[in-house]
Each structure stands twice: as structure tokens, then as C-alpha cells.
Design a protein around this ligand. Structure first.
Ligand SMILES: C[S@@+](CC[C@H](N)C(=O)[O-])C[C@H]1O[C@@H](n2cnc3c(N)ncnc32)[C@H](O)[C@@H]1O
Length: 297
């Protein structure tokens, strides 16, 4: 029953992308009842996490970001991270997504207002100037500050254009991980840095125990979920392999959470073919931070 329903809705997703995405809650911050101030706090946390991964040492976020062009993959329905990075000093922030999720809705406008109110001094002035009319989110983003594009497969298609490339809860959902990592590599300027928080969980697809969504044979899994922005199921070993194939340098790879040994042993015998050779210590990873550098030539 689950299989039949999933295959049918996968077909529906082909023709009804935006509607399907709304129903399927693919936005990242899907709770419509969350207070705008709370959601604003989430975006502050995201930006704080990126700064932490950058290991800035003595430098302030503002001095690091000054004059830097940033690309964010998969921002979700609200460009909160983009607004804060611009406020902190980035020269521009471009967002790219495979699905047209960002929209000027009442809820998003309230979140932008809450973000403006949470900022002070120079950062507040910069954030207000990110909009076409100063401080008015309804007027839309000034594209020289913050731009949003929806492209096929969610790639930027840019070459040596960005100093910093980021994503959060996106790479595990991209349909072509190899293509997205190549896009990151090409889009970065030499010496540019890329930071990704990757969530390897099932995004609600487990049935009995953690990671048992890895038991579906690949062909059946694709029939059920290929068009819905559901997890691509690649594990951390695939990221390591693809990163080294793109020529990017891996600066950091740190797990954010892991299955217990007992949980790993329970799921192991049920795994589909692509995951059987994975060592238990890597299978246990439920998410990770990855920091990459495009080597200056
Ligand atoms: C779970 S949401 C994360 C949103 C936001 N980054 C956050 O952390 O709140 C996943 C985002 O990735 C986007 N996405 C899915 N496939 C993508 C692809 N191939 N390229 C770029 N973005 C993609 C989705 O449309 C959505 O915006």
C-alpha cells in the first residue's frame, strides 16, 4: 500500500510541483504557527553555525564577509540566512533552488520584519538596504544585494563567481549529488570556501527503526520518491568520493549525530545493495558538517 501510494504521488509531483511541495512541507521551516521571532532566531542560529565552521579566530564575521559574494543552495521558503549574511557585510548573496519555494507570503514578510528588528546599528542599516524600498520587505529584495533563482536541478551554472558557498539540510535532498558538487567546485573562486550541514536522516521515511529507508532497492525507491525532493540516500562515503573527484580540498568532516552501535547492527542486515559495503562507523552517521576549499591554482 505504501509503495503504490508513493509511486502514484511521485507521478503527481511531476505535474503539481508547487502544490505538492506545499502539502509535503519541503520548506525547512514548515510550521505555519511558529512565531516570527522564533523563526528569526533559527536563522540567527544558522548564521552563527556557519561562522563557527569558518573558525574565524581573531577576525569578526563582518571583516570576513566584507566584499564577499555568497551562494546559498536550497534556502527554503524564507531568505533569512541571505538577509543576515548581507547584514553582516557580504557584498551580495545569491540563492538557488530546484523548487520555487520562496514566495512573498504574509508569514515570510513577518519573519523579515522580525529579522530587521533583531538587528542594530550598521547591520540593521545594511539589512534595510537589502530591500527595494528601504526597510520594506513587501517591496522585494534588491537584486544587487540578494537574488533568488530556480534552476533545473538547482545548480547555479556559475564559474569562479563566489567566495563562500553554503547549504543546510539540502545536499542529502539534491537529485544529482555529483552535479551539485561539481557546480560548487566551478562556482567557487580559487581559494573560496564552501560549508554544508548535511542531514542524512530519513526525513520521515523510516518505518520501524532509524535508517531502515535504506532497505528499499534503489529502483523501487526512485519510483516512489525521485520527483519529490526526498533524500537521495547517499552516505558520507559517497560525499568523500565525489569531493575528491571534483578536486575540492576537504578541510573538515564532522558528524553531528550518530546511531548507537546496537541501532547500526539492527539495520545492517536489511540494507539495499548500494549501502552493504559501508563500514559500520560510517553507516552510523546521521548527519555531518563538511567544509571544502577550492584550491587556489
Ligand atoms: C529541508 S529544506 C532546507 C531549507 C533551509 N536550507 C533550511 O535549512 O531551513 C531543503 C531545501 O533544498 C531545496 N532543494 C531540493 N533539491 C535541490 C537541488 N537539487 N538543488 C538545490 N536545492 C534543492 C528544497 O527546495 C528546499 O529549499
Amino acid at each position: 500500500m505504501l509503495f503504490v501510494r508513493a509511486v502514484l504521488t511521485n507521478q503527481l509531483a511531476k505535474y503539481a510541483h508547487p502544490l505538492y511541495l506545499k502539502l509535503g512541507n519541503r520548506s525547512g521551516r514548515g510550521d505555519p504557527n511558529e512565531k516570527p521571532e522564533v523563526t528569526a532566531g533559527y536563522y540567527h542560529q544558522c548564521v552563527h553555525d556557519y561562522f563557527e565552521q569558518l573558525s574565524l579566530g581573531e577576525r569578526t564575521p563582518g571583516s570576513y564577509l566584507q566584499g564577499k559574494k555568497v551562494l546559498e543552495y536550497g534556502p527554503g521558503d524564507t531568505l533569512g540566512v541571505a538577509l543576515l549574511l548581507y547584514a553582516h557585510g557580504a557584498e551580495s548573496v545569491h540563492c538557488v533552488d530546484r523548487f520555487p519555494i520562496h514566495a512573498v507570503a504574509e508569514r515570510t514578510l513577518k519573519i523579515y520584519q522580525a529579522l530587521l528588528q533583531s538587528l542594530h546599528g550598521e547591520q540593521r542599516v545594511r539589512a534595510e538596504n537589502a530591500f527595494n524600498e528601504r526597510g520594506n520587505p513587501k517591496s522585494g529584495f534588491n537584486p544587487t544585494a540578494i537574488a533568488y533563482h530556480v534552476t533545473e536541478d538547482g545548480v547555479s551554472g556559475r564559474q569562479s563567481a563566489y567566495d563562500l558557498v553554503i547549504s543546510r539540510s539540502v545536499l542529502a535532498l539534491v537529485n544529482r549529488l555529483d552535479q551539485t558538487l561539481q557546480d560548487i567546485s566551478r562556482a567557487l573562486k580559487p581559494g573560496g570556501i564552501s560549508i554544508h550541514k548535511v542531514d542524512l536522516g530519513s526525513h520521515g521515511l523510516d518505518r520501524d527503526r532509524p535508517l531502515d529507508f535504506l532497505s528499499w532497492p534503489e529502483v523501487l525507491y526512485r519510483m516512489m520518491y525521485s520527483r519529490k525532493g526526498r533524500p537521495n540516500r547517499w552516505r558520507v562515503d559517497k560525499y568523500q568520493e565525489l569531493v575528491s573527484a571534483t578536486g575540492l580540498r576537504l578541510l573538515k568532516l564532522t558528524p553531528t549525530s550518530q546511531l548507537t552501535q546496537q541501532e547500526t547492527e539492527l539495520v545492517r542486515p536489511k540494507l539495499a545493495k548500494p549501502f552493504r559495503a559501508l563500514p559500520p562507523d560510517l553507516l552510523s552517521w546521521l548527519g555531518f558538517w563538511m567544509v571544502l576549499e577550492r584550491v587556489a591554482s
